[in-house]
Design a protein around this ligand. Structure first.
Ligand SMILES: Nc1ncnc2c1ncn2[C@@H]1O[C@H](COP(=O)(O)OP(=O)(O)O)[C@@H](O)[C@H]1O
Ligand SMILES: [Mg+2]
Length: 263
């Protein structure tokens, strides 16, 4: 895949999640989650529904703060940064959230241009050409004036990705980007995640419970279980895991997929 030198020392890594603990009331979600994410890699995070994958992603951009532990991005301690400075840091991130909510009352162009209007002083012409370029990258041309309600679920996801990459982020976070899509559209989104990663040389973090996607797009795959990363490795290493919990998870997922395709 891509040439990624993965961090082996604790002091390396573009993003470092260091022994993060987080609970909500009596629900202990993260219990010492720890992982380094390397520049240019696509790290896929897998784990059971409700295990804390979205919570972990939110810590990376400071939407949640750890009870204990630290999150470091490019030498900035996200977990100790105030809201004003976080806003600046977040401009370096693109986010494609689970319910990739587009603004329904805005056209596709306005949706994709949202961050450009907010964070730049670019001219209308420049904004239009960026919108067109990003839409072309996600395989949607000529839909600028359409409203989200006129688009299919897969197209809306792609507009969400175009919006996330409008400001050329260094890191893109995807939360369940293929959930709710049929297998063909899921594959289109997977190809797109790979294309965006290559063309923009971004670091990507993708939360999914879809193992087919994980194997296809992951430079590395990390499994979150009971609040900890219990294994991280290349798709091949994960497929050949000797960890019984990881094995059960990835084979359980595979079995569900087979049942789905027979249904
Ligand atoms: N803001 C919150 N307040 C209270 N509980 C939360 C909050 N966010 C997440 N949780 C709880 O944390 C757990 C993990 O949630 P989440 O990260 O969304 O799981 P998933 O792995 O499916 O993404 C769940 O039990 C969820 O109910
Ligand atoms: Mg989630």
């Amino acid at each position: 895949m891509t040439d990624v030198v993965c961090a082996t020392k604790p002091s390396e890594g573009l993003i470092r999640i260091e022994q993060v603990w987080k609970r909500f009331g009596s629900t202990h979600v993260l219990r010492g989650a720890h992982i380094n994410i390397c520049r240019g890699e696509t790290l896929v995070i897998i784990g059971e529904s409700g295990c804390g994958k979205s919570v972990l992603l939110k810590h990376i951009i400071g939407l949640l703060r750890p009870d204990k532990g630290r999150v470091i991005f490019d030498h900035i301690e996200i977990s100790a940064t105030d809201e004003t400075d976080l806003a600046t840091v977040r401009r370096r991130f693109g986010m494609v959230f689970q319910l990739a909510a587009l603004f329904d009352s805005m056209s596709v162009r306005e949706n994709v241009a949202f961050g450009l209007y907010r964070h730049t002083n670019y001219s209308e012409d420049r904004i239009s050409s960026i919108v067109t370029e990003k839409l072309r990258l996600v395989g949607l041309s000529g839909v600028e004036s359409k409203m989200p309600s006129e688009l299919s679920g897969g197209m809306r996801k792609r507009v969400g990705i175009a919006r996330a990459i409008a400001l050329d982020p260094e890191v893109i976070l995807y939360d369940e980007p293929t959930t709710g899509l049929d297998p063909i559209m899921s594959d289109v989104i997977n190809e797109l995640i790979l294309r965006v990663q290559r063309s923009q040389n971004t670091t990507s973090i993708v939360v999914t419970h879809d193992m087919k996607s994980a194997y296809k797009i992951g430079t590395r795959i990390a499994m979150l279980h009971k609040g900890k990363i219990i294994q991280v490795g290349t798709p091949e290493e994960i497929q050949n895991t000797t960890n019984p919990i990881v094995g059960q998870f990835i084979r359980g997922e595979a079995r569900e997929r087979i049942e789905e395709s027979l249904a």
